[in-house]
Write a protein that binds this ligand. Structure first.
Ligand SMILES: [Zn+2]
Length: 290
């Protein structure tokens, strides 16, 4: 697989960072065609949480998905086989899988930033620099990242970092929409009026093949079947009257208000949605209680 190392115009914070461009376009041109940007913490997050972005762009000459994976995946030895490997070897395998997914998914570009999970959680300033560089060059209309109610600390820390990086852009240069996607915690609980539901039916086979690229992750746990099952369940349980024509649905938390209003805190926004959920549960029980 051909891989394009950092070009003159692009400066990454981490020495191991790499921009992989499946169709071999020059780095800046590849980034500039971006319409949909997915920013995930680990190699595999994008393919599990951002089907909408990947599928909207695949086979579409006018729309391009750019992937950003912030960590090197080294902290995630999930089974005995990978436990025998050095961290360096695990990172190499996981980056290879991520780039293979980018090629199969016809991404416009794939940025592997090479940080550790701890560096995301300790707010390494280089992450802001790299994200801002990508956001400025790619100027995406739509951004997908983790949602702030996820139960994985690294995912939440990255969600906050993405909001901060977008807020560093002038208002006119910001994306039109920011979505927080499901990985380590589904978003079924969200009140429907704040939940974004993307119909991702029809490409389940393709997306399964894309998730299957992550052989190193799927040996220990079948994240691929679980993710497909979650999207089937979302489609069925979204509304009682929804038709069965939608077989796969991806939920996201609409985080756009956070990039429209810089004074709205991520915590206040997310817990406000949790309070709406609480009020919904309380009101329904109260109807049938004395
Ligand atoms: Zn992850």
């Amino acid at each position: 697989m051909e891989s394009q190392k950092t070009s003159e115009a692009l400066k990454w914070s981490h020495p191991d960072a790499e921009l992989y461009i499946p169709d071999g376009q020059p780095a800046e041109a590849a980034l500039k065609r971006t319409t949909h940007l997915g920013i995930g913490a680990h190699p595999d997050d994008l393919e599990f949480m951002a089907w909408k972005g990947i599928l909207d762009c695949r086979g579409n000459a006018n729309q391009w998905f750019t992937g950003v994976t912030v960590t090197d995946g080294g902290g995630y030895a999930r089974d005995a086989q990978s436990a025998k490997l050095s961290t360096e070897e695990i990172c190499r395998i996981r980056r290879g899988e991520q780039n293979k997914a980018a090629a199969l998914g016809e991404y416009g570009a794939m940025a592997n930033l090479g940080f550790t999970s701890d560096e995301i959680k300790s707010r390494h300033p280089g992450i802001q620099e790299d994200l801002k560089q990508i956001l400025r060059l790619a100027a995406p209309k739509t951004v997908f990242t983790h949602n702030p109610a996820d139960k994985h600390d690294t995912h939440v820390a990255l969600c906050v970092a993405v909001v901060e990086a977008i807020r560093a852009l002038p208002a006119a240069e910001r994306p039109e929409a920011l979505y927080g996607c499901e990985v380590w915690r589904g978003l079924d609980w969200m009140p429907d009026e704040q939940k974004v539901a993307f119909d991702v039916s029809g490409e389940e086979k393709f997306m399964s093949s894309l998730m299957a690229v992550y052989a190193s992750q799927l040996r220990g746990k079948r994240y691929d079947s679980a993710t497909l099952g979650r999207k089937h369940a979302n489609a069925t349980y979204h509304t009682s009257h929804s038709s069965d024509r939608c077989n796969a649905m991806e939920y996201a938390m609409d985080l756009t208000p956070l990039i429209r209003n810089d004074r709205l805190s991520v915590q206040e926004y997310a817990t406000g949605i949790v309070r709406k959920f609480e009020a919904d549960v309380a009101a329904r029980i109260a109807k049938y209680s004395h």
